[in-house]
Ligand binder design. Sequence first.
Ligand SMILES: Cc1cc2nc3c(=O)[nH]c(=O)nc-3n(C[C@H](O)[C@H](O)[C@H](O)COP(=O)(O)O)c2cc1C
Length: 382
Amino acid sequence: MKNLNHCFSIADLKKLAKKSLPGVMFDYIEGGAEDEITIGRNRQVFSEYEFVPRVLRDVSTIDLTTTIQGAKSQMPIMCAPTAMSRTFHYQGEKAVALAAEKAGIPYSLSTVATTSIEDVAKISKGTKFFQIYAWRNADMVKNFILRCQQNHYQGVMLAVDLPTLGNRERDLKNGHGHARQHRLNILKGALRHPKWFYRFLTSPPLVLANMVEFLPYGGDAAKAMDTVNQQFDASVNWEDAAEIKKMWGGPFMLKGIQSVADAKLAVEMGASGIILSNHGGRQLDGAPPAFSLLADVKAEVGDALEIYIDGGIRRGSDVIKAIALGATACLIGRPYLYGLVAGGEAGVSRALEIFRTEMERVMKLIGCDSISKLSPEYVAKL
Ligand SMILES: Cc1cc2nc3c(=O)[nH]c(=O)nc-3n(C[C@H](O)[C@H](O)[C@H](O)COP(=O)(O)O)c2cc1C
């Protein structure tokens, strides 16, 4: 795999990304909790369904457009929130937000981003959501909400699957939580990746840009990480979530719903969307893949809120299967990160283009000209 022009699939982008980044960081992107069984299941479940193609229908034009939380989207995909993007490529979150805007899809900024709410808003006029962790420090949550309002973010997603950090053993082995060891391991990898290292050394220092004023060391990403990890609040409950929703007052999604029962509670609390997600297999090993929950959740909640799924989506066909079973859209995490690592904004655009062309092709091949017409009749469980 020489460059982006030779990447025809997300798997190709992943190969290129792996070559471009120190192993410690690639592991951080790629790794999951414990035995990584959930990561494997996240992929496997898509192959447990096949299509029921229809023929002799006019599929000369395909309409992939949809509406996500009231905002028009050119395809049923959004970029999931991911931490620390400038670590992986100097263009970081801005590159992802710009590529998403150009593709006409929403971008979600993470609480633990290395670019601030304000800086992303300055460069992107596209649809933007902000992902919030419910921290111990309630002032910080209020501060996020106020800044999202001031900067015209269209929605907030509260991540509810992190009462504590998942047990990611690749990261532990690479020295996470032991600043000196971690730095040494990064340095070893950096020497083998001089292009990445040069950009790293010549770019502004990495800070947890949304929390600078709340953290020690001016938000320095390496030094403040322990403080951040202590902020995850295991006592958060449904009333707290409702409080955050009220404070925000706009489109509000819960990210990390993993059961039909909680999907029902999300409807009761008045959420406008749920993201069925196991955090890309990074939290609870043994958690269910979102795709395998989708049909039951749809049957229970109907159209009371929008349902999104993420985890293991690597092909346009995965997205089409999810829409057929009732999802409004899918979030992608690692696929755009592979693109970012491999080629900055152009790499993210390449990832999104791969999804677009794959989805269009699949729609033609199954005989359906609009994603609004997809239904469970287009798929069959093996
Ligand atoms: C490197 C990395 C960092 C992530 N950081 C966050 C985060 O800060 N907040 C969040 O809600 N989810 C985070 N996630 C989870 C993603 O939002 C998403 O749920 C997951 O990546 C979807 O699975 P996929 O990577 O297989 O597409 C992260 C995922 C990865 C791979």
